[in-house]
Design a protein around this ligand. Structure first.
Ligand code: PSU
Length: 304
């Protein structure tokens, strides 16, 4: 088994059997600008603690897989320019090379599973990009959800994606997509969309029960919980649509491809909304962290 470097907090929580919530690091290095990235990372960790669970931010630092980062490690990562964006394909290669890398949803799920953490909070998962019928750009996050048994709390697929196609792929892969507390699929910066969510659940204990039942039934893979951004903090989909279209057209014109697409689009939408997209992104991540903590507590209680 690979060496996992637990932070003192996380090691203590594991020993005491306390609820843990995994957090990713790509959102810090590639999803938000400095210093809002590190401020958000700290705030989200605090939200999880206030909700009664322990946060475990995951990253590869100089070839070591860290489960839980200290303040200094988090700060250094948030300021670093040359950090790899790790998914399933390049995770082990980064460890082997002794390099530093931030974990996407896919890589964070793999690490959480290794550390025995069942619940993970993020902003939005990757999915099928617009124009995928020619580019074939489909995030490895979807395949990971199909095979790694972690419940991922997100605000739905990011609205920069082709959401109907993302839902279709998730259905094909047998991934449960659960809208929390509403019928419609949340659309990241917007609370609702015109797509119906395949499943709906209204309480963390129901989500925890489904997670545990899947394990008992031997069904591989995780669950995607789509938690709507609080309506007071959302950006209406109609406001965002032309902005997303402009950012996508610029990405196409500049030949932005593969791993660079999502960071490019998020940065352009941040500029075009004069920062409003970042404010909403921070609000939705915090909201997801709080729900993830509740689910982790339910799973912990049911295991006793
Ligand atoms: N959530 C956010 N911002 C982000 C991400 C999630 O609010 O930047 C990251 C996650 O790490 C996710 C990645 O796995 O974006 C998707 O990248 P891609 O589309 O290249 O697979």
């Amino acid at each position: 088994m690979i060496d996992l470097h637990y932070s003192p907090d996380v090691a203590e929580a594991r020993a005491a059997g306390r609820p843990l919530v995994a957090l990713e690091s790509t959102i810090i290095t590639h999803g938000m600008p400095y210093p809002q990235n590190v401020e958000t990372a700290r705030r989200v960790e605090q939200d999880i603690r206030e909700a009664g669970a322990i946060p475990a931010t995951i990253a590869v630092l100089e070839g070591a897989l860290h489960i839980g980062l200290t303040e200094a490690q988090l700060d250094r990562l948030a300021r670093s320019e040359d950090v790899a964006k790790l998914s399933r394909a390049d995770f082990a290669a980064c460890l082997a090379a002794g390099r530093t890398g931030a974990t996407t949803v896919a890589a964070t799920m793999i690490a959480a599973r290794l550390a025995g953490i069942d619940v993970f909070a993020t902003g939005g998962i990757g999915g099928v990009h617009k124009g995928a019928e020619t580019s074939f750009d489909i995030s490895a996050d979807l395949q990971e959800l199909a095979q790694t048994a972690v419940t991922v709390v997100a605000a739905g697929p990011k609205a920069i994606l082709d959401t109907p196609k993302t839902l279709e792929v998730l259905e094909t892969l047998g991934v449960p997509v659960i809208a929390y507390g509403q019928d419609s699929l949340p659309a990241f910066w917007s609370a609702t969309s015109d797509l119906a969510a395949p499943l709906r659940m209204d309480s963390p204990d129901r989500i925890a029960a489904a997670h545990a039942l899947r394990a008992r039934m031997g069904i591989p893979g995780g669950q995607l919980v789509a938690n709507p951004i609080p309506t007071a903090e959302e950006i209406p989909a109609a406001t965002l649509a032309p902005i997303i279209a402009q950012a996508q057209a610029e990405a196409d014109a500049q030949g932005i491809a593969a791993k660079s697409v999502t960071p490019f689009l998020l940065q352009r939408i941040f500029e075009l909304t004069e920062g409003a997209s970042l404010t909403a992104n921070i609000a939705l991540v915090r909201n997801n962290a709080r729900l993830a903590a509740e689910i982790a507590k339910c799973l912990c209680n049911s295991a006793r």
